[in-house]
Every structure is written in structure tokens, then in C-alpha cells.
Design a protein around this ligand. Structure first.
Ligand code: SF4
Length: 288
């Protein structure tokens, strides 16, 4: 077990396939598609599909409720002794959907031995951090594609926060500010933190190592650089070549441990198991 000063939940990383290569070979994750809403507009989003920040490209999930989610977890536990982590990662933004907390609390109550994980764009992370911890969440994945608002403006067109709508630079400002504040709060709360960055050639080439430097200094645990999937307003941009991704990971690896044991290309990403259109199949929901 890796003991981190100040961390309350030290065994989380060792059994979490998104954080640990060793765990990736031994344990599985069950993804619950319960969150439909989103509170930002990414320029690379296509609303008919799952959130590209945390899901497989090009396909939509059926959203399930608490009862169906509990059934799925029960079946997973019965069928698979490797199941260690239950994650809510979409198909929209988990922290913008009240259903997320309803499901997390229920799963934690019935299956307290499972690690709960949530993926987020970070806009509401500070506001929801206490609720997440109270709901039993022990790890979090924050998608950060830009470190400064100038780059963020090219990626995000709108943000909806505390009853106000922000556009352009103002949207990028509030997203960036809240992501970094949320990261600090998550670390202070003792959560294991993965930073996920989508590498978009020509937009955030320089930013990603900078994100790794900033997040690493603040205490985030691992960094997962995934390749861009051309969609939405940015559909004209190219898919980054493998060697470019390798180079970005190498630069970022100076500052944070890189996740290289899974990737978002194809269907192998560790956060993509839940995306099967209109189908809720416990085996389809499991990855690891
Ligand atoms: S976070 Fe971005 S990509 Fe994900 S659902 Fe919201 S707008 Fe789409």
C-alpha cells in the first residue's frame, strides 16, 4: 500500500485500475450510466453521444436509475470477484446530475467494500466535494484540457454555474478557476485524484505538460493523456499520431506519473465500458 501523507483513503490507488497498472491486471470497474445533464459546452461535444471527456466516442448510453444501478452492482459482485471499483462517469457530467448522488449513496450503503469513483469536468467540484465524500466517493477523475483561459476559450463555448450563463472567455475563466479550486479541495479531502487531458493537436500541445506540472505540484496522483477524437466544432482537427502522444506523455511524465496501461483509442479506455447504446449488460459495463 502506498501511504501518502494526509491521505485518508490510502488503499484506493492500489485497487483502482485507472490509477495503478498492477490493479489494471487484477481488478475490474463497473461503470454506471446515471448522469444525463451537463453544465458546460465543449466545442468538441456532440450531444447525441456520451461525454467525450470520459466515454467512448460516437455512441450513446441508456441512462439507468437507482434500482437498476443497484441490480447491476449486485450482479457484478456475484459474478465477478475482481470487481473493486464502481464509477459514475457519464454519459453527461456526473456532478450536474442529482441522480449521481442518489445512486452513489445507495451503492455505498449496500456495498461498502467497493471503491466509488466519479469523473467530472470540474466546474462543480468545489461545491460538491463534501457531498461526494459523504456519499462514499474515494477517488475522482478531473478532465483538464487547458491550464490557462486563452486555451480554454478555444475548447469551451459555454458554462452554466450557480444560475448564470457564461460564454467565451468568461466561460473559460470560470471553468479553469473552478477546476483548480476543485482539485485543491479534492486533495485536501483525501481523495485519490487522476487528471485526464485530451490532447488536441494545434491547441493544447504546450498546455498538457504545464497541466501535469501544476497538478503534480498540487498533489494529484496520476495523469492520463488521451488522444482527441475529432467531433463537433473541432471535427476538422486531426487525430494526433501515436508518436506525438508518446512525446506529450514523456514531457508530462517529468511532473506526474503517466497512465499508459490503457488508452481512449478504440474501445479500450478504462472509463468507456458503459457505453453501449440502449443496452444495460453487466459484462459490457465492466472494464479493467
Ligand atoms: S463535459 Fe463537454 S464533452 Fe462532456 S457532455 Fe459536457 S459538453 Fe459534452
Amino acid at each position: 500500500m502506498r501511504v501518502v501523507k494526509g491521505r485518508k483513503f490510502n488503499d484506493t490507488i492500489d485497487c483502482h485500475p485507472c490509477f495503478s497498472e498492477t490493479a489494471y491486471g487484477h481488478y475490474d470497474i463497473l461503470h454506471l450510466p446515471v448522469a444525463l445533464e451537463c453544465n458546460i459546452e465543449c466545442r468538441y461535444c456532440e450531444p447525441r453521444c456520451d461525454c467525450i471527456n470520459d466515454s467512448a466516442p460516437g455512441i450513446s448510453s441508456k441512462v439507468i436509475g437507482r434500482v437498476e444501478a443497484l441490480d447491476l452492482v449486485k450482479t457484478g459482485v456475484e459474478r465477478n470477484t475482481r470487481l473493486k471499483v464502481v464509477a459514475v462517469s457519464g454519459p453527461g457530467e456526473p456532478l450536474a446530475s442529482p441522480e449521481t448522488f442518489d445512486v452513489l449513496r445507495a451503492v455505498h450503503r449496500h456495498f461498502p467494500f467497493l471503491t466509488l469513483c466519479v469523473s467530472t469536468n470540474g466546474l462543480l467540484l468545489s461545491d460538491r466535494i463534501d457531498k461526494l465524500v459523504r456519499s462514499g466517493v474515494r477517488s475522482i477523475s478531473i478532465t483538464m484540457n487547458a491550464a490557462i483561459p486563452e486555451v480554454g476559450e478555444r475548447l469551451y463555448s459555454r458554462a452554466f454555474y450557480q444560475g448564470s450563463r457564461y460564454s467565451g472567455r468568461a466561460a473559460a475563466d470560470i471553468i479553469s478557476y473552478n477546476q483548480w479550486r476543485g482539485l485543491r479541495n479534492a486533495i485536501d479531502a483525501g481523495l485519490a485524484v487522476r487528471i485526464k487531458s485530451m490532447y488536441i493537436p494545434g491547441i493544447n500541445d504546450e498546455e498538457i505538460p504545464y497541466i501535469a506540472w501544476l497538478a503534480g505540484r498540487r498533489g494529484a496522483d496520476v495523469h492520463h493523456v488521451v488522444p482527441f477524437v475529432p467531433r463537433g466544432e473541432l471535427a476538422h482537427l486531426p487525430v494526433p499520431p501515436e508518436d506525438a502522444i508518446g512525446s506529450i506523455r514523456e514531457k508530462s511524465g517529468k511532473y506526474m506519473t503517466q497512465v499508459t496501461h490503457c488508452s481512449q483509442s478504440g474501445a479500450s479506455d478504462c472509463m468507456t465500458g458503459h457505453t453501449r447504446a440502449g443496452k444495460v449488460d453487466v459484462l459490457a459495463h465492466m472494464t479493467g
